[in-house]
Ligand binder design. Structure first.
Ligand SMILES: Nc1ncnc2c1ncn2[C@@H]1O[C@H](COP(=O)(O)OP(=O)(O)OP(=O)(O)O)[C@@H](O)[C@H]1O
Ligand SMILES: [Mg+2]
Length: 230
């Protein structure tokens, strides 16, 4: 049976994924601060709405919707218009209301169903992770969130910060969400020959997909993220 794929609309990334994300999968987007995680996640929703007629939901936990609007203004994506036409929805959970993301699970599920949402972004998991006092509890909490998200059946991205582990062959996010999600896309930096910082992107895991195992250059441009796959 041929698997259905959900194109990110970022041409190079779709090539790395051999067509796109498996439909209905949940993937972690990790990377150090400023590496482009939120940009990639929002671009996935904007492309979904503009190119593929899919409705997207952005759950803004770390950065408020207002800040996202301000920070992404340079891209000319016209987020406001997409929101007005209900192709893109935002849910804002400020720091002191983060626990409501979990308690409102049924209400979010209803929203997903009634609005026909097929793409979801959670940005980021870090404030949710901080709700738990020990690792076992956190893991149980994450498993519950992921099993609830599965019921929503949307193709989803969970943004997570990287914790620095320079000696390891694999990067690691601060709270290990990547081990529980179906896919894992990692953004990073390296220092080029001229001491310039080069951005990169790598697919580290995508269950059920024969994705490319190689790091590719990533650029941030006025139209968002561009991945150069030769
Ligand atoms: N006009 C622009 N052109 C190119 N790059 C830009 C432009 N504006 C911002 N950037 C880059 O985007 C970066 C921020 O990207 P983004 O918010 O997606 O990162 P992030 O990984 O989500 O960071 P954080 O972990 O702090 O949330 C900035 O640090 C800057 O390098
Ligand atoms: Mg961010």
């Amino acid at each position: 049976m041929k698997k259905e794929l959900c194109k990110t609309g970022i041409a190079g990334l779709d090539k790395m994924l051999k067509g796109g994300l498996p439909k209905g999968s949940i993937s972690t987007i990790s990377g150090p601060t400023g590496s482009g995680k939120s940009t990639l996640a929002l671009q996935f929703l904007v492309n979904g709405a503009q190119k593929y007629g899919e409705t997207g939901l952005y759950v803004a936990i770390e950065e408020s919707q207002e800040l996202i609007y301000r920070h992404m203004d340079y891209t000319g994506w016209n987020i406001e218009q997409l929101e007005r036409s209900k192709q893109l929805l935002f849910l804002d959970y400020p720091a002191h209301e983060v626990d409501q993301f979990r308690s409102q699970n049924n209400a979010i599920g209803e929203l997903v169903e009634t609005m026909g949402i097929t793409r979801i972004v959670i940005d980021s998991i870090m404030p949710i992770a901080l709700l738990f006092s020990d690792e076992d509890e956190r893991k149980r909490g994450f498993l519950e969130i992921i099993s609830n998200m599965r019921k929503w059946k949307a193709t989803s991205l969970i943004v997570a910060e990287e914790s620095p582990t320079p000696s390891s062959t694999l990067p690691r996010t601060n709270y290990g969400i990547e081990a529980l999600s179906d896919g894992w896309i990692h953004l990073n930096y390296r220092i080029g020959k001229k001491e310039d910082r080069k951005r990169g992107i790598e697919v580290l895991k995508m269950k059920g997909s024969n994705h490319v195992m190689k790091r590719f250059p990533l650029e941030m441009t006025n139209s968002g993220i561009n991945v150069k796959v030769k």
